[in-house]
Design a protein. Structure first.
Length: 422
């Protein structure tokens, strides 16, 4: 399990590094293909739609072939598409290349999240937060390399090819550590053996993994869901998790897409300092993701979501009510601390909602809903800002955070019995 955890953490880092390769080259690529902000927005929309579709297909493939195979397909496809993106001569071909990039990233995304859920069950305690933190580290490393390469005058295709090669090499080096087979009770793969050997709970909601008694199999009744839930309950919980994922992805996207614009347009801050709020948000989110696993282990995953949503609501409320740049920077930092642990808990819950090979299918639906929120969010905030101003538009993520608090009450309660750390 330790080897698998290191491998899947490295896979998250590789995925973040690969996506940063595209992000840091966006300005140069936009100039190269001679498009404007509107054209870039359309390209990002095409890439986002391709990602969502590929996630649904990825869930089905993972159910049949296993999530290790999905990582094996996704990483080379993403690396190859990064090279192709750097070669595209015009906006039309760039759109085609971004469809491939979105598909490759999505396959890797579903595969690595399903692997993380399986490893978390093997540990018998939460690890999803720290694993997701490595995605942020990979993004930071990608930005740290891609920026200087461009500053040194490297052509787009040369710098993207080098970074794509590093992306592929990193994934190849850790592939042997990932869990093989399809995760199901008594099926192929390493999970059942580890679960028996350690007394870990084979398939449970993350709250039960954090607080159920060691050695107790909550799925032994033969049902398809934890706590003996019937199919309608599974559907209801799945819909709630999907809505929460979409809401909190939108909330995260609000900072990256609009915090800088808010500082310039609403607070009259110089553009050079406008990114400070997002920087503090990102640092706070990364630090908290490394700290959130023991917190989740102690208080339960859904309590992490509840308290995190309340903390995030407080942070954005400061931004809304106090028209001061230093206060808004603090507010965005609090916002990041609150949101940090939410998405990992939702993905963990989704991956554990049903047992067997259908688990990654459910996970792909919830992850896809999250990406849909990330895709639609910037447009919704922009539309609202035209009606009530950008500060007024921030009431939307505030309300979604509060709604998230109440929706978690409809999910299964935490158990009281602690599980020993492994």
């Amino acid at each position: 399990m330790r080897s698998a955890r290191l491998g899947i953490s490295a896979t998250f880092l590789v995925c973040g590094f690969g996506m940063a390769t595209w992000v840091v080259h966006i300005p140069s690529i936009v100039d190269h293909v001679d498009t404007d902000d509107g054209g870039l927005g359309l390209l990002l929309l095409v890439m986002g739609v391709a990602s969502i579709i590929a996630m649904q297909l990825g869930g089905l493939l993972a159910a049949r072939l296993g999530s290790k195979a999905l990582c094996l397909m996704g990483a080379p496809l993403m690396a190859a598409s990064l090279v192709i993106v750097g070669l595209m001569p015009n906006v039309w071909w760039l759109g085609v290349a971004l469809v491939v990039l979105g598909a490759g990233q999505s396959l890797l995304d579903i595969g690595m999240n399903d692997q993380a859920v399986r490893v978390e069950r093997g540990y018998g305690r939460p690890i999803m937060g720290s694993v997701h933190a490595f995605y942020s580290i990979g993004g930071a490393l990608g930005a740290a390399l891609g920026g200087p390469l461009q500053h040194l005058g490297w052509p787009i295709v040369a710098s993207m090819t080098l970074m794509a090669a590093l992306t592929l090499l990193g994934q190849v080096l850790v592939m042997r550590t990932l869990l093989p087979g399809v995760d199901s009770t008594g099926a192929t793969g390493a999970m059942p053996v580890v679960a028996v050997a350690t007394g870990a709970i084979p398939v449970v909601m993350p709250d039960a993994a954090a607080s159920g008694s060691a050695g107790r199999d909550h799925t032994s009744s033969g049902g398809t869901a934890p706590f003996g839930a019937k199919a309608p309950s599974v559907l209801r919980m799945g819909l709630i998790l999907a809505f929460l994922a979409a809401s909190f992805f939108l909330a995260e996207g609000t900072v990256s897409d609009w915090s800088g614009r808010h500082a310039v347009a609403e607070l009259a801050i110089d553009p050079a300092a406008a990114s400070l709020g997002y920087g503090v948000f990102s640092v706070g989110m990364t630090i908290m993701r490394f700290a959130i696993d023991p917190i989740s282990h102690r208080i339960g995953a859904m309590n992490v979501v509840r308290f995190g949503a309340m903390t995030a609501a407080l942070g954005v409320l400061l931004v809304i009510l106090v028209p001061s740049h230093p206060v808004s920077v603090v507010g965005w930092g609090i916002y990041g601390l609150g949101l940090a642990g939410i998405v990992p808990q939702l993905f963990s819950a989704a991956g554990s909602l049903v047992k067997g090979p259908k688990a990654p299918v459910v996970l792909s639906r919830v992850v896809g809903a999250g990406y849909a929120g990330l895709l639609v969010g910037p447009a919704v905030i922009g539309w609202l800002s035209g009606l009530v101003g950008l500060t007024g538009a921030f009431w939307l993520p505030f309300c979604l955070c509060l709604l998230g608090v109440f929706l978690t009450l409809a999910l299964p309660p935490d158990k009281a019995e602690p599980v020993s750390s492994r």
